[in-house]
Design a protein around this ligand. Structure first.
Ligand SMILES: Cc1cc2nc3c(=O)[nH]c(=O)nc-3n(C[C@H](O)[C@H](O)[C@H](O)COP(=O)(O)O)c2cc1C
Length: 154
């Protein structure tokens, strides 16, 4: 089983979590790799009509972990645009996570996860688990928790 961790990360936090997840999943014997979603013209969150540079392919993975920062109480536009342009996720097992810095999950975290869930399910994906990392609140503990949970999902 090949697992793809596909993340958008503007300031590096989400990518840092992806690296930790990759390490933990590799330790658990999984075949895993990370791919980054990049916006044409740079990752700064500005502009409405954006394009994704070389969108990572999902076909070669049996399972996927999508990760994104929360921007303005929502899923980042780059991740939203990327997920929306995927043609199918039929029967793929999927886990989702977001990173954020405001203290509570409901200041964008829950909403962003809900948005990701909805798009993935509309393309036939099966959501196996989700996680929210609040950057300045028990971050390492939360990342470990998510890694352990995700390692048992696939
Ligand atoms: C434009 C912008 C908007 C943000 N909006 C929110 C928000 O609504 N809620 C929140 O908790 N964090 C918000 N953040 C903080 C980021 O979600 C947080 O720092 C995240 O870990 C960044 O991930 P990254 O380093 O992978 O880009 C925002 C950050 C930026 C740059």
């Amino acid at each position: 089983m090949k697992i793809g961790i596909i993340v958008h990360s503007y300031t590096g936090n989400t990518y840092e979590v992806a690296k930790k997840l990759e390490e933990k999943l590799k330790d658990a014997g999984k075949d895993v790799e990370i791919q980054r979603v990049k916006k044409v013209g740079g990752d700064e969150p500005k502009g409405k009509d954006i394009e994704i540079e070389n969108p990572p392919e999902v076909d070669k993975y049996d399972a996927l972990i999508f990760g994104s920062p929360v921007h303005a109480f929502s899923l980042s536009l780059a991740m939203k645009t990327y997920l929306e342009q995927i043609s199918t996720l039929r029967d793929k097992k999927i886990a989702l996570f977001v990173t954020k810095n405001l203290r509570f999950e409901w200041t964008g975290g829950t909403r962003a996860i809900g948005q990701m869930k909805k798009i993935c399910q509309s393309k036939g994906g099966i959501i196996m688990g989700t996680g929210i990392v609040i950057w300045n609140k028990q971050r390492d503990q939360k990342i470990n928790e998510i890694a352990e949970k995700f390692a048992t999902l696939f």
